[in-house]
Design a binder for this molecule. Sequence first.
Ligand code: SF4
Length: 289
Amino acid sequence: MSEGISKYPRFVTKNWEPFDAVELARLTEKIVCREKDAARKYTAFYVAGVYGGIATGYGVGCCLRCVFCWVSPSRDFPETYGEFYTPERAYECMASSAKKSNIHKARISGCEPTLCKAHLISLLDYIEDDQNIKIFILETNGILFGIDKDYVKKIFNSFDKVYLRLSLKAGTPEDFQRKTGARKENFEIPFQAIRNIVDVAGIETLGKRWHVAAMSLDPRIMTVEERTALLKRLVDIDIRLLLLLEEEVVDPYDMSLRRLKAAGLELEWPLKKVYKPAREALQELLRGK
Ligand code: SF4
């Protein structure tokens, strides 16, 4: 166990001790990544209905502990779930399910896919050479891209098929700690990841190669003040981020409900109202409405 983390963090509870997200990333990599052959743990390969059908490798392990996370208990107990797949084997599983279903997209889900860097890069090499798969959607929480600009460069400069979706969890350091279980000092890292992406790929590739998502449409989990703080941070980087901001609400998945309960958070169901999406508000403003 790492010196900074005395016990492997599972799911947020009422008396939670915040962890360092980068340390948890490294600790989790020791469990879910195998150095000698760049293998990574997965629990399943299948075709998911989202994105109009996408070949999905359900990976194991994350460096955050979001209270609204829908992922199976493999997130919290990575040592007990999954089998190791080399990049080649993981690619073959994704490629064959894509081919069988006549779909042209692939992704890793159920985990933080940027953990196990060697695995991801090698997997993307295979994807890049595949004739059938046209796009690989890389869904990330931005922690590792925030601390490693070279990683961002490698992804954008070497892999034309990658489309990146970076998902923000909170709008202030305190809310980040409360919602992800990670220390509030880590709050800035995903915003640094956005700056790294803008530097490497250019803002003009926004919407073509990447965009930002945020759990910011749901008043049950984000106050007006927190949302304003989050949007302001994005505007400070580049106002155009708002025009393509994908805003989400908490869905009542079984695991999400259990994690919210364990964290002592009570949400009212069904969801009765949402905020007006920032991109709509900005578009109206630009049209002079
Ligand atoms: S929501 Fe995403 S970033 Fe948050 S814990 Fe779940 S898998 Fe990790």
